[in-house]
Design a protein around this ligand. Structure first.
Ligand code: SF4
Length: 384
């Protein structure tokens, strides 16, 4: 197992750098009055937990906006636990990976049971063990370590993407960071100090975000360049070693904006068990090979909702890329023709006036369609 000999020097140099150049104003790392916590002082685990889950797949600058809105709507654990899931999803809209919102909601109820309804504002009742946090859905070892070290200033290591990159470079690992996970965890454990682990872990994350970036590491201003093997012996850009990238699958999707004679539009709610479960969307589905997209739309609507529609005009087409797939959407405005709508492949169907669409949580790609529809119908967003 890798042993770092200059641990104290790395810790000290990183903490000094953090106090001068770190991101010191992150709101969930501050006390309620906006001041920095003393060493060992507790911070609200609730705000930190929410932020850590948001940060799992989203950048800090985006999370800051969502986190502030979240803390106004659900200021404490009980407010979240007692909220309606649709309200939670609506607030999450645009952040992506919606299962995170559902897991937060589910976890809030588990935490209320664990901590006790009357104790949630007393931080000393919150869990401080890794396995207690990891028992919550969607919380891995790094997120749990980050929550505990941030909220309670206890010495727990972290290993998010930024930290993986720094440590891989520090030891010039000849493996990809995934293949070297065990050794990187061991390094993070060796490095995290007993004194001031909250700042140390944040310093690591900040170093990865500001200095030791993936494509352009600024080694000339790096506080730990004297200990970094990748810098001293090689080209840091070559670390961590990369896994060969898999090709992202591509799929064409046809969607229908089906209007009835009352000017209402048909939306469906995705099955809870699937991805983006509980979110709303416009009905449609995948194009089969050699099938015209217009045929896809009428076929999918018949198969999934049991109605016949008439295509009126194409509203828009666009590409939307997710981390694991690329979709090309073609969207038609359609008239309801015959049949009785049935939720054959979703959990619920609703006819709604177009100006009510923003009251429902939709995935990001559908939001783009809603605004194109508003433009088409002459609906001003300000008047909603
Ligand atoms: S010296 Fe360069 S590669 Fe090494 S940790 Fe610092 S920024 Fe990263």
């Amino acid at each position: 197992m890798e042993i770092i000999t200059n641990i104290n020097d790395i810790q000290n140099d990183l903490l000094i750098w953090f106090s001068n150049q770190g991101r010191l104003g992150i709101p969930w790392k501050l006390k309620e009055d906006g001041s920095m916590p003393e060493t060992g002082e507790m911070l609200s685990p609730y705000g930190i937990w929410i932020a850590e889950v948001m940060l799992q797949q989203t950048q800090l600058k985006v999370v800051l906006r969502y986190w502030k809105k979240w803390m106004i709507t659900f200021p404490d654990l009980l407010a979240l636990a007692e909220a309606d899931e649709q309200e939670v999803l609506l607030l999450w809209q645009g952040l992506g990976y919606y299962s995170r919102a559902k897991r937060l909601h589910k976890s809030s109820k588990l935490l209320v049971n664990l901590i006790g309804k009357n104790n949630i504002l007393d931080f000393s009742f919150w869990p401080v063990e890794l396995d207690q946090w990891m028992a919550l859905p969607g919380i891995g070892k790094s997120t749990a370590g980050s929550i505990i070290s941030s909220a309670f200033d206890l010495s727990f290591p972290i290993l998010d993407g930024n930290v993986r990159r720094i440590l891989s470079r520090l030891i010039a690992s000849n493996k990809s960071s995934q293949q070297d996970t065990k050794r990187l965890w061991s390094l993070s454990e060796q490095l995290v100090p007993n004194h001031n682990p909250r700042d140390f872990n944040q310093a690591l994350m900040d170093l990865g975000a500001i200095v030791c970036t993936a494509n352009k590491p600024k080694c000339n201003v790096c506080p730990i360049q004297n200990y970094c093997l990748a810098f001293l012996k090689y080209d840091p850009i070559d670390f961590p070693k990369r896994n060969l990238k898999k090709e992202i699958p591509f799929q064409e999707i046809g969607l229908a904006l089906v209007f009835n004679k009352d000017g209402e539009i048909l939306i469906d709610q995705r099955l809870d068990s699937g991805s983006m479960g509980g979110m709303w969307e416009f009905p449609g589905g995948k194009k089969e090979s050699n099938e015209p997209i217009e045929k896809t739309i009428t076929r999918e609507i018949k198969e999934e909702i049991g109605i016949d529609i008439k295509l009126v005009e194409k509203l828009l087409s666009f590409e939307h890329t997710y981390s694991h797939k690329k979709l090309f959407f073609t969207v038609y405005i359609c008239d309801f023709f015959s049949g009785k709508p049935r939720a054959l492949a979703c959990q619920k169907l609703l006819w709604v006036k177009p100006n009510r669409l923003l009251e429902f949580p939709f995935p990001a790609a559908n939001t783009k369609i809603i605004f194109a529809l508003f433009k088409h119908l002459g609906i001003e967003k300000e008047n909603l």
